[in-house]
Each structure stands twice: as structure tokens, then as C-alpha cells.
Design a protein around this ligand. Structure first.
Ligand SMILES: Cc1cc2nc3c(=O)[nH]c(=O)nc-3n(C[C@H](O)[C@H](O)[C@H](O)COP(=O)(O)OP(=O)(O)OC[C@H]3O[C@@H](n4cnc5c(N)ncnc54)[C@H](O)[C@@H]3O)c2cc1C
Length: 387
């Protein structure tokens, strides 16, 4: 056993992880620097996902996927993110888009969208707007009755896989006066007249991913509703509960890559007559990182196991995302520090990881929002009668 704790998967999960490991080493890692430099969406990695079946790791077998446990999905997401953070983020965004279908879709909606996803035509999650990220209930996109359907008006931003996806799960206000209870989810095809993508973000990190807007002035039929009318915010939040475990897994991958770079370089780079690793100032920081990374893994895989057992992951998922993304922050910082000036300059991989990591503390709920979720759970606990 190495210094870091490793999860143990069942035989099916382990075999899928071996497939992911081969692709990560042979295809994803060699492309990572180029995707970052050119800000290019890796269609060849999407093709590799499709060919290997990795697009469907979380899709139930009855819809043609592998139906893996969340623990196995985490291990695969970690492995892919370790090789190329952008490719890991693309895989995690597939899941974020598909979960609302799994939670609330009709059989027909699931067959259409999950079938497309398995062929590499993804579904994206479109909740955020200019004035509504952390405060999701403040969205202003509306979906008002129009004949026997609805007219969607508004603009979504920061959509992961935006422009590369075939379908969008769009959250809009069907009853604008009803606040959080007036939000409904809709399933929109990218070719819907009046649905326009005309902006892609120029990002600090995970530059191989696409992040777009979606402008809407579009008529959609009544059966475009996903789940129950007025229950859209609840659906979005339930989706994010699970998505946060996948963000934690991305964080584990980035942190593990940084740890590997930092330890190898600290063993190789000699200063003042001995390797940096043997200078206590660096050795102790690496020891702390190994401990934190192991703790982050134990927490994330426990969150995944909790989901696999059918229990709520709202609090433990928030804890896993919060802790792991902040461990990843410290990991990339240490990797840059160990490399010294080289770590601050391209093409040092630590420089790229330093930028790739930062979004983990922002998307699918910032670190502040995770702390709010956990603090609320503490409050609810305190309100329980003393046993
Ligand atoms: C690369 C990328 C991909 C993304 N992908 C998607 C996607 O696929 N789908 C999607 O819908 N969205 C996506 N997002 C949006 C993302 O989820 C939001 O950016 C995030 O939730 C933060 O919202 P905001 O940007 O509006 O920041 P704000 O909500 O304006 O927050 C700004 C700051 O204020 C803090 N803050 C806010 N409220 C409080 C409070 N009550 N107490 C303390 N601090 C607070 C925040 O923590 C943050 O630090 C993506 C974003 C990025 C950058």
C-alpha cells in the first residue's frame, strides 16, 4: 500500500476503472497541455468516452448505460481529472445534466436524452444567470403560458458543455410571484428556434471545457416540462447534492496530480546539499498534504457510499466538496512552491493545475454556500429535541 489511502471497488467498478486508467494515460494526459493552451474542446476525448462506454457510467443499465455505483463513478472521475482536469470536468458535466432526467424524467424523456448522451450528444444543466448563481431562486428567466405550451424568455450563463450539448435542462419561472415554488424545469433541444448560444467564456482554467450562455425567446410544448410544475428548484438542488460529490472527485484527481508532482520534484530537486524532501519545511508540508488528501478521499468515498446506500447526501456531499476543493487548493499551491520559479511559468504542469483547481471552489455552489448548507444542517440538528 502507498502512503495515500485508496478506495476498494467491486469487480465491475474495478474493471471500468482500469478502462478509464488506460484512456487517461494514453489519450487524456498527453492532450492536457494543448487543450489548455489552445482552449480547445476535445472532441477526440468525447469519442473515446463514447467508444469505451464511459459516457454512460452513471446511466442505469435499462437505459443502455453501465449503471455503476457512485463510488465507481467517483474513482473514474478522479482518474480522468488527474490526467486532464478539463476532460474530468466534461465527464462530470455529463452527469450534472443527466441527473435531473434520472430524478424526474418520463421514460420517453430519459430514452431520448440518455440515448443521445451515450452517443456523445450531451445534456447540460442550465440554472445560473447573471443575477442568480448562489441565490438560485432569484432567476428571472420566465416560462409563461403560450397557447398549449410555454414561451421561455431569459438568458442562462456559465453552462458546462454549452454549445457541445444536444439538450439543455433549463430552469425558469412559471409562476413568477410564487418565489422558489414558482420554478419549473424544462427540457430544450439545442435546435429549438429562439434558443441561441452566442458567447463562450475565456476561462482561467479547465480551458478544454466549453462554458457558454443560452439566450431564450422560444416556444416549447407543454411536454417539455421535466418533473412537476413548480418543483424545479427542488429538482435543481437535489441534482447539485449529487453533483457536488463528483466535484469532490474532480478535486481528488487534481490534488493527487499536484501531490505526485510535488513529491517527485521534492525528491529530485536538491538545494543546500540535499533533496527538498529532506528539508523539514517542505517535508512537513508534504506530510500534511498526504494526510489531508487521504482524509479528503475517505470523506468523498463515504459520501458516495452514503448515496449508494440510498441515504441523503445533502450535508456529507457539501462537506466532501468543501473539504476536497480546499485540499486541492493547498495541493496545487504546494506543487507550484516546490518547483520555485519554474512552477510559476509555462509549461510546468503545476502552473496549469494551479489554474484548473480554482473553479472547484466556485461551481456547483461556492465554498461559502457549502458552509451555509452545513451550518443549516447544524441548526436543524440543534432544533431536534435532546435525546
Ligand atoms: C467554469 C464554470 C462552469 C459552470 N457550470 C455551470 C453549469 O453547468 N450550470 C450552471 O447552472 N451553472 C454553472 N456555473 C455557475 C456556478 O455554479 C456559479 O458561478 C456559482 O454558483 C456562483 O454563482 P455566481 O457566479 O453568481 O456568484 P455569486 O452568487 O454572485 O457569489 C459571489 C461571491 O459571493 C459569495 N456569496 C454569495 N452569497 C453569499 C452568502 N449568503 N454568504 C456569504 N457569501 C456569499 C459567493 O460565495 C461568492 O464568493 C459554472 C461556473 C463556472 C465558472
Amino acid at each position: 500500500m502507498g502512503v495515500l489511502w485508496e478506495p476498494e471497488l467491486d469487480q465491475v467498478g474495478a474493471s471500468w476503472l482500469a478502462t478509464a486508467r488506460t484512456l487517461a494515460a494514453e489519450k487524456f494526459a498527453p492532450l492536457a497541455a494543448e487543450l489548455d493552451r489552445d482552449q480547445r474542446y476535445p472532441w477526440e476525448n468525447v469519442a473515446a468516452f463514447v467508444e469505451s462506454g464511459l459516457t454512460g457510467i452513471f446511466v442505469p443499465t435499462e437505459y443502455g448505460g453501465a449503471g455503476l455505483s457512485m463510488q465507481a463513478v467517483c474513482a473514474i472521475t478522479e482518474e480522468v481529472s488527474r490526467a486532464c482536469a478539463a476532460t474530468g470536468a466534461i465527464l462530470a458535466a455529463y452527469e450534472l445534466g443527466a441527473v435531473p432526467l434520472l430524478l424526474a424524467g418520463t421514460d420517453e424523456q430519459r430514452r431520448l436524452v440518455l440515448g443521445d448522451l451515450l452517443r456523445g450528444r450531451a445534456v447540460s444543466f442550465a440554472l445560473s444567470e447573471t443575477g442568480a448563481g448562489s441565490d438560485a431562486a432569484a432567476i428571472t428567466t420566465t416560462a409563461l403560458p403560450d397557447g398549449d405550451g410555454f414561451r421561455l424568455r431569459g438568458e442562462k450563463i456559465y453552462i458546462g458543455n454549452g454549445g457541445a450539448a444536444q439538450h439543455y435542462v433549463v430552469f425558469a419561472k412559471t409562476d413568477p410571484d410564487a418565489g422558489a415554488r414558482g420554478i419549473t424545469a424544462f427540457l430544450i433541444d439545442k435546435d429549438t428556434p429562439g434558443a441561441v448560444i452566442d458567447r463562450y467564456e475565456d476561462k482561467m482554467g479547465i480551458r478544454g471545457t466549453r462554458t457558454s450562455n443560452l439566450k431564450l425567446d422560444a416556444r416549447v410544448p407543454a411536454d417539455a416540462i421535466l418533473g412537476e410544475r413548480g418543483r424545479g428548484l427542488r429538482l435543481a438542488l437535489r441534482t447539485l447534492d449529487l453533483g457536488r460529490i463528483s466535484v469532490a472527485a474532480q478535486g481528488l484527481g487534481i490534488a493527487a496530480a499536484a501531490y505526485q508532482l510535488a513529491t517527485a520534484e521534492a525528491a529530485r530537486r536538491s538545494r543546500f546539499g540535499r533533496p527538498l524532501l529532506e528539508h523539514q519545511g517542505i517535508g512537513f508540508r508534504l506530510a500534511d498534504l498526504a494526510t489531508e488528501l487521504t482524509a479528503a478521499r475517505l470523506l468523498t468515498y463515504q459520501a458516495a457510499r452514503t448515496y449508494d446506500d440510498g441515504a441523503s447526501v445533502s450535508t456529507i456531499g457539501a462537506m466532501a466538496k468543501l473539504y476536497t476543493s480546499e485540499v486541492a487548493h493547498r495541493a496545487v499551491d504546494l506543487a507550484v512552491q516546490v518547483y520555485g520559479g519554474e512552477g510559476y511559468c509555462k509549461p510546468c504542469p503545476a502552473e496549469r493545475l494551479y489554474r484548473d483547481q480554482r473553479v472547484l471552489e466556485i461551481y456547483e455552489g461556492t465554498s461559502e454556500i457549502q458552509r451555509i448548507v452545513i451550518a443549516r444542517a447544524i441548526g436543524a440538528d440543534q432544533a431536534e429535541p435532546v435525546r
